[in-house]
Design a binder for this molecule. Structure first.
Ligand code: PMP
Length: 350
């Protein structure tokens, strides 16, 4: 068929999301979701009455949820922007701060960064991770371009200390530094407090991982009022009602249930310790993880074979094709029962 797509996008290399199979029940350790249900307060918040109200548009300003997020982190509503997943926050930021200009992010990181860069026509530099798979801070100090760093990084799980993040932010006063903290709740040091001090910093977070709301699609940014206003201009040029009514309620109920949140995070951290030690017993090299997943490989074993053999046995994990990491498996931390099942299947294979 003839292509009708504009030439600018004809070669757009789109993001490939992790598999979300609808055909059978897998032990799903492939897209870093939480194995736990959302807080019971979320269930209670989405009542029949609220479903009836779906006939009305949602609040485009998301005032109540922004106030709840702002209160939780000690900011004002004007410092908070909501996104349909943190993916949408990233999209707004790439449009607002990278379109037609330069940006820099690590070569092994979240696969959406190069896609958004291409989408908005940014000139992107992919800075190689160092020999230990760490982000090399020197690549970003005084970079003089928009900086995007996931901290902890994905898919490695490795985190930079806050002091390094501050060096990067402080040395780029004329450029935006976006720190993507999708996984920070599992052991990273958050840069949110630095937003009080630096007007060029955006911290981006998600409800998809530690708050068990991946399917609700909710993320947020905390930044100076000016940067939030810039991203809002993009939002109101694309999709003003970007957060639906039920998600606004779910997010508020979730952020107001700290006890449940902390309990689940602790459980994941405990299960991660267990997973790392069991992998190491089996001769895997495991990168130190501050996230709800681990990145590991076993010498002499092909990552693709392990992935396929696990899938055949009903266990889904994530594997990436890039040469340097092709034999690594990214394994989401699930419940203890799920991890035991994972090891049972792994032992059948190795
Ligand atoms: N940032 C990173 C580093 C991620 O791994 C993900 C999850 N795929 C996201 C952002 C986006 O998550 P969500 O859109 O579900 O908030």
């Amino acid at each position: 068929m003839k292509s009708y797509m504009v030439s600018r996008y004809a070669s757009l290399d789109a993001y490939t999301p992790g598999e979300q199979p609808q055909d059978m029940e897998y032990i799903k350790l492939n897209t870093n979701e939480s194995p736990f249900p959302p807080s019971p307060k979320v269930t209670a918040a989405i009542s029949g009455e609220e479903i009836e109200k779906l006939k009305l548009y949602s609040d485009p300003e998301g005032k109540e949820l922004r106030d709840a997020v702002a209160k939780y982190f000690g900011f004002k509503r004007e410092n908070v922007l909501l996104g349909n997943g943190s993916d949408e926050i990233l999209a707004f930021a790439f449009f607002a701060f990278c379109a037609g200009e330069e940006c820099i992010f690590p070569d092994i990181s979240y696969g959406f960064y190069p896609v958004y860069a291409q989408l908005v026509g940014a000139n992107a530099t992919e800075a190689p991770l160092d020999e230990n798979f760490s982000v090399d801070v020197n690549d970003y100090i005084g970079a003089s371009k928009t900086v995007i760093i996931a901290n902890p990084n994905a898919p490695t799980g490795k985190a930079l200390p806050l002091s390094d993040i501050e060096k990067i932010v402080a040395s780029n006063p004329d450029n935006v530094v976006l720190i993507d903290e999708a996984y920070v709740d599992f052991g990273g040091e958050s840069a949110i407090s630095l937003v009080h001090k630096y007007e060029n910093l955006i911290v981006c977070r998600t409800f998809s991982k530690s708050r068990s709301l991946a399917g609700a699609r909710l993320g947020f940014a905390v930044a100076s009022e000016g940067l939030i206003a810039d991203m809002n201009r993009v939002k109101y040029s694309l999709n003003p009602y970007n957060i639906n009514r039920l998600t606004l309620l779910a997010g508020k109920a979730s952020i107001e249930d700290d006890e449940y949140f902390l309990k689940n995070v602790k459980q994941i951290i405990d299960n991660r310790k267990y997973t790392v030690s069991e992998l190491e017993k089996r001769g895997f090299d495991v990168l130190p993880s501050s996230a709800n997943f681990v990145f590991a490989k076993k010498n002499g074993k092909s990552g693709l074979d392990l992935y396929l053999e696990l899938k055949k046995r009903g266990v889904l994990i994530r594997r990436f094709g890039k040469d340097r990491i092709k034999d690594y498996l990214r394994i989401t931390i699930g419940t203890k029962t799920q991890m035991c099942k994972f090891f049972e299947k792994l032992d059948e294979i190795i």
